[in-house]
Design a protein around this ligand. Structure first.
Ligand code: HEC
Ligand code: HEC
Length: 349
């Protein structure tokens, strides 16, 4: 970990757990609701990506984000693509958009007294959400994904500031750090419109909090919601649908979904995602209660093991799973979840 200037220590504090040598542990995001007077950032259309070396990195990042399966076996160990959760190619407000994320890093984490750069945050999603092995720091893949995120965010805020020039190219080292770096190059017109803290909290960031349900969430009730609203796409077995090896509908549990360390395995995180974004194409139709219940149902099934597992489910549970999730518990007579988990893939290069 690089030494960080003291000024960064004033950044927002995010409570987190330490993942030994593994990257970021899928810290719960702070979501930022939009005030009536505000608008969501609107990223530039993809055909505005410039030609040349910088534009090529941005385009590569977009391709990796929507077709992450091209890294299958190397860095990806399940059947997901980044855009399955960060929807509309990372551009959709309230589906943890990249344009909002980019300006929130590097972010200080109190617990381990460390700063998480943007590339480290992405590495976290490879390790957990993609059940894979994160590309090495500084790799072309992380540069490309960072370049795409930077381009989405910077283009959007430049448009808000009525600056229609191309997004300035910056060095790979800066791209990987993220836009909340104290000396990050932000055009003057943007700076006079928004502070660094405001940029780090763009409306639509993260997944919006879904109201607490009137009744404690229940996987038993959730099964009914699942059958009525989800099963037609994700399958009765939750395994999604593929044709000729390509998944058009992503798996929600089982060997090819996100693992037990991923943020989406928490019932609250999944409830927020689902309430706002599912059923696909007709979201915000479920009640808060239904969203929590179905999130509980989805997350009460086995999935790939938590990569921090060292042979003892209950130890791992006490260390990392003190939250709203089912790892280490038996649900509705099932074996202890985590005791029959699927493999963590791939082992890496
Ligand atoms: C009309 C088809 C459809 C329906 C119905 C539907 N989904 Fe989805 N779901 C999708 C698609 C497609 C994606 C991937 C989105 C993308 O790539 O843009 C997705 C993504 C997801 C994800 C994140 C990716 C993953 O595999 O974990 C979750 C969780 C999810 N859906 C849960 C649900 C739940 C719960 C319901 C029922 C309330 C539901 N979906 C209903 C099509 C559907
Ligand atoms: C299974 C769903 C899922 C997939 C697939 C996924 N992510 Fe995430 N991602 C999340 C969740 C959930 C969070 C928020 C963390 C939390 O609340 O635990 C997140 C957070 C992030 C953040 C930080 C967002 C912020 O506002 O701070 C970035 C950046 C990110 N993911 C990038 C990626 C990339 C790149 C990929 C593909 C390599 C990817 N994600 C794949 C679910 C997913």
């Amino acid at each position: 970990m690089k030494k960080i200037p003291l000024i960064l220590l004033s950044l927002i504090m995010i409570p987190a757990v330490q993942a030994d040598e593994l990257p970021d542990t899928q810290t719960e995001l702070v979501s930022v609701p939009k005030l009536a007077s505000q608008t969501y950032l609107k990223p530039r259309p993809l055909n505005a990506i410039p030609d040349g070396e910088f534009g090529d990195k941005v385009r590569k990042g977009y391709e990796l984000f929507v077709n992450t399966q091209q890294l299958r076996g190397k860095y990806v160990g399940n059947e997901l693509n980044c855009s399955n959760c960060h929807m509309d190619a990372g551009r959709k407000a309230n589906a943890s958009p990249l344009w909002a994320a980019y300006f929130a890093y590097p972010a200080y984490r109190k617990k381990n007294d460390k700063v998480n750069s943007f590339e480290e945050r992405i590495q976290g999603c490879f390790t957990y959400s993609m059940n894979g092995k994160a590309p090495a720091s500084g790799s072309a893949e992380l540069v490309a994904l960072s370049a795409y995120s930077y381009w989405l965010g910077m283009g959007g805020v430049m448009d808000m500031a009525k600056l229609d020039s191309p997004v300035p190219a910056i060095s790979d080292a800066l791209l990987l750090q993220g836009g909340k770096l104290a000396d990050f190059p932000i055009p003057e017109k943007v700076k006079s419109m928004m502070t660094i803290d405001e940029l780090a909290k763009l409306p639509g960031k993260g997944f919006p909090l879904v109201p607490k349900p009137p009744l404690a969430y229940s996987p038993v009730r959730g099964e009914k919601v699942y059958q009525a609203h989800c099963q037609s796409c994700h399958g009765a077995d939750g395994l999604g649908y593929e044709t000729a090896g390509v998944y058009s509908l992503p798996p929600l549990w089982g060997p090819d979904s996100f693992n037990w360390g991923a943020g989406m395995h928490r019932v609250n995180t999944a409830a927020s995602f689902i309430y706002e974004n599912m059923p696909f194409g007709k979201s915000i139709q479920l009640t808060a209660q239904e969203a929590w219940d179905v999130a509980a149902y989805v997350n009460s099934h086995e999935r790939p093991q938590d990569p921090r597992y060292k042979g003892d489910v209950s130890k791992l549970m006490t260390k990392y799973h003190k939250h709203q999730g089912y790892y280490g518990q038996a649900v509705d007579g099932s074996p202890i979840l985590g005791s029959h988990s699927y493999a963590i893939n791939p082992k890496g290069e």
